[in-house]
Design a protein around this ligand. Structure first.
Ligand SMILES: NC(=O)c1ccc[n+]([C@@H]2O[C@H](COP(=O)([O-])OP(=O)(O)OC[C@H]3O[C@@H](n4cnc5c(N)ncnc54)[C@H](OP(=O)(O)O)[C@@H]3O)[C@@H](O)[C@H]2O)c1
Length: 171
């Protein structure tokens, strides 16, 4: 299948609950075909049914652990197999730990960094060309934007990985 035949979609990670599920409904209501990604497939299917019932195209559901090292490749392969490619990526999957670093579990802290920073950067880079082709963009979480300001690189598809002081919200 050639690139021209792939349908542009909004890919939303962490769409099974909370902000991601709400964003999926908003994007679908505004005419975007969506792809819902998370680990809890049953919740994704329930949301896809609700979106379809509202009259929007039924979202494609992809069960995936975004923290897996091969997640971007697996998601990319699944999209192509469904004749889709991202126009917009919403990097929403993530979690936060609250408490003193000395008291929190070290492994959990590293897992948080891995999911909230490495995995979303990997997904963003994996689809940067497709986003550029469709003049789409990446929507990041507030913490991601703050990370850009505080010295952790953030990413825009047209500009590559950015340093401090640059916004991580791309249009
Ligand atoms: N709520 C806030 O006030 C707030 C403030 C700042 C930033 N944020 C950030 O905004 C995002 C959404 O927040 P929320 O309150 O809506 O969180 P939430 O209700 O806990 O939902 C998190 C979503 O991320 C998914 N997820 C977590 N780990 C994943 C993984 N390894 N692979 C795939 N999906 C994964 C979960 O799905 P599964 O469990 O089904 O995989 C779920 O859909 C999070 O990244 C959070 O850190 C939230």
């Amino acid at each position: 299948m050639s690139m021209a035949e792939l349908r542009p979609v909004t890919l939303i990670t962490g769409a099974s609950a909370g902000i991601g599920a709400a964003l999926a409904q908003v994007f679908a209501a505004h005419g975007h075909e969506t792809v819902l990604v998370a680990r809890r497939e049953q919740l994704l299917n329930g949301l896809a049914d609700a979106i379809a019932a509202s009259g929007a195209p039924r979202p494609t559901v992809l069960r995936a652990d975004v923290a897996r090292i091969d997640a971007a490749r697996r998601i990319g392969d699944a999209l192509i197999a469904n004749g889709l490619e991202p126009e917009i990526v919403i990097n929403n999957a993530g979690f936060g730990l609250v408490g003193a670093a000395t008291r929190l579990d070290r492994g959990e802290q590293l897992a948080m960094i891995d999911l909230n920073i490495r995995a979303l950067t990997d997904l963003s880079l994996a689809f940067a060309e497709s986003l550029q082709r469709h003049q789409g963009g990446i929507l990041g979480r507030r913490r991601q934007r703050a990370a850009g300001r505080e010295g952790i690189p953030a990413l825009q598809p047209q500009l590559g990985v950015l340093g401090p002081g640059e916004p991580a919200l791309a249009q």
